[in-house]
Design a protein around this ligand. Sequence first.
Ligand code: CAA
Length: 382
Amino acid sequence: MDLSFSDEQSMLQQVARRIAQERIGPSAAHHDETGEYPLENIRLLGENGLMGIEVPAEYGGAGMDPVSSVLAIIEVAAADAAHATIMSVNNSLFCNAVLSHGSEAQKQLYVRAIAEGREIGAFALTESQSGSDATAMRCRAVRQEDGSYVINGQKSWITSGPVARYIVLFAVTDPALGARGISAFMVDTGRPGFGRGKTEPKLGVRASATCEIEFRDYVAQADELIGHEGQGFKIAMNLLDSGRIGIAAQAVGIARAAYEASLAYVRERKSFGAPIGSFQMIQAKIADMKCRLDAAQLLTLRAAWTKAQGRRFSTEAAVAKLSASEAAMWIAHQAVQIHGGMGYSKEMPLERYFRDAKITEIYEGTSEIQRMVIARNESGVR
Ligand code: CAA
């Protein structure tokens, strides 16, 4: 693996860092407090190519590679994890769905507005009774004689659901076929038959609005099927491989922010007449935080690099997501502890990092699911 970055990769990283530090960071506490969706900032990210990083320029994106995506998401997540959630889903799950599995006509129709950040894309797999066991979904798409599909059902935990213009939806087209009876569709939220339910009150990433959506006799035309009928589950799994790299990058960004805040604090905070950074118990925490942060970042870059080689990267993505999310949770926990009372106060961002880190162990496949994927792929035993 090449550990150096090209000029283009470094430039995109700088652009993301500048927007993150100048625009996103200063309003992060406000967005966390109010849960207000950061539409203006998302538009700005889009204008700078960050909502369609791997999307070719001909479809409105930045035409960059998976390593660039990781570098950019880390910068944004270090300023505010909620923005990184919106960005990662838009890039890895929506744009990637159409580019990797859609027809040329679908690419022309749906990618540009989303990659440019003028509209928001979402991904609908989970239902209230089917999270980890995604094949247990009940949302049903019934094919009509003219080739269109009538869709009925409900989906839960849809990131950006309250504002999304288009959604990549997974629904059962043949209940007798299990995983092979699921298909993917492009949904236009402006059409009759689509509705939004309650918005989730969440512990963290509060500005990445999340809601239930429902379908009542929603009609998807035949040319709104993504890929072939019955391919939906594999499409979802393939997209989640990419999505998991995005979440790993988000976790690295949160962890880096918590670590850097801790470094500054142990230099300035005095106790017993000395900076707390001179105490061995604090030094041990700093050293362990640094090791876990670097390991998480390297594993995340390895997953992106493997993807960029055009090789299967399911295991690398799962290893990166598992390691980075657990590192973020642990590092944020240590950072709160190092800051003592100030770590627990809303006057500093540590408690936000702590709350935001938790979701990275849950969405796009829990840590338990990542362990299952890694062990199955490594041993070949199911
Ligand atoms: N890429 C391509 N195909 C894949 C694949 C992958 N990574 N993983 C599995 N498949 C294929 C298999 O080869 C198999 O194909 P065949 O039928 O041809 O053999 C088929 O898919 C079924 O695979 P499994 O038998 O392994 O399926 P399973 O039912 O045992 O489930 C699982 C596997 C790993 C548990 C999977 O269900 C899973 O990942 N669950 C977690 C779901 C998840 O991550 N949800 C996140 C919600 S989305 C979200 O959070 C987005 C957001 O808004 C932030």
